[in-house]
Design a protein. Structure first.
Length: 196
């Protein structure tokens, strides 16, 4: 049976997750993600698991690309791909924060799953925890600036893949947790502390 393209398509955003893009594609075509995947001929599994496939199976990527009228390479670029061990440890398996503005439009970015992500790279809004309700009135601007600075140090340490820099950044995060009455730490599934 020849596969037909979907009536409407959506252009993927830079750094968008495959699961988020498929959700936006389903909404645009007035259906659920499971129905969209069934129409394309893909086994209906939890769509979020597709984000961590090092490369989406070539056949699956081809089916999605035909239905959505985009290149198969574009579909494969929406997954996390190959990461260093350090970067993998600093990337959450499930969403723990999001941009309040962009998520209303159905957008989900890879950056939001990173330990060091602090602001949305699309609109610049501060990312908020989706696991706990934040009390923004209690956090001073000075503390927010220091947290942004610390997040930048962690990002730099992960990018350089330098164990010494990473250990130093994590020690600073642990110290901030102990010394600040406003900073709260939660643990990702990988047991990595995250400042909120």
């Amino acid at each position: 049976m020849k596969q037909r393209p979907l009536p409407k398509t959506v252009t993927p955003l830079a750094d968008e997750l495959l699961s988020g893009w498929l959700t936006r594609l389903a909404v645009t075509n007035h259906c659920e993600v499971d129905e969209l995947l069934a129409h394309i001929g893909i086994e209906t599994r939890q769509v979020a698991m597709m984000d961590f496939d090092v490369e989406v199976d070539a056949t699956t990527a081809e089916k999605i690309s035909i239905a959505a009228r985009v290149a198969a390479e574009t579909v494969q670029s929406l997954t996390f791909g190959t990461m260093t061990q350090t970067e993998a440890l600093m990337t959450a398996q499930v969403a723990f924060q999001s941009c309040p503005d962009c998520s209303r439009r159905g957008i989900a970015l890879k950056q939001w799953r990173k330990l060091w992500a602090f602001d949305c790279q699309i609109c610049g809004t501060r990312l908020l925890s989706i696991l706990i309700k934040p009390d923004r009135s209690r956090i001073s601007e000075k503390l927010v600036r220091r947290a942004r600075s610390g997040a930048g140090l962690i990002k730099s340490a992960v990018a350089s893949n330098c164990t010494k820099k990473l250990r130093r950044a994590m020690r600073a995060a642990t110290y901030a947790k102990r010394s600040s009455p406003f900073a709260r730490i939660r643990l990702l599934p990988s047991k990595v502390p995250v400042l909120t």
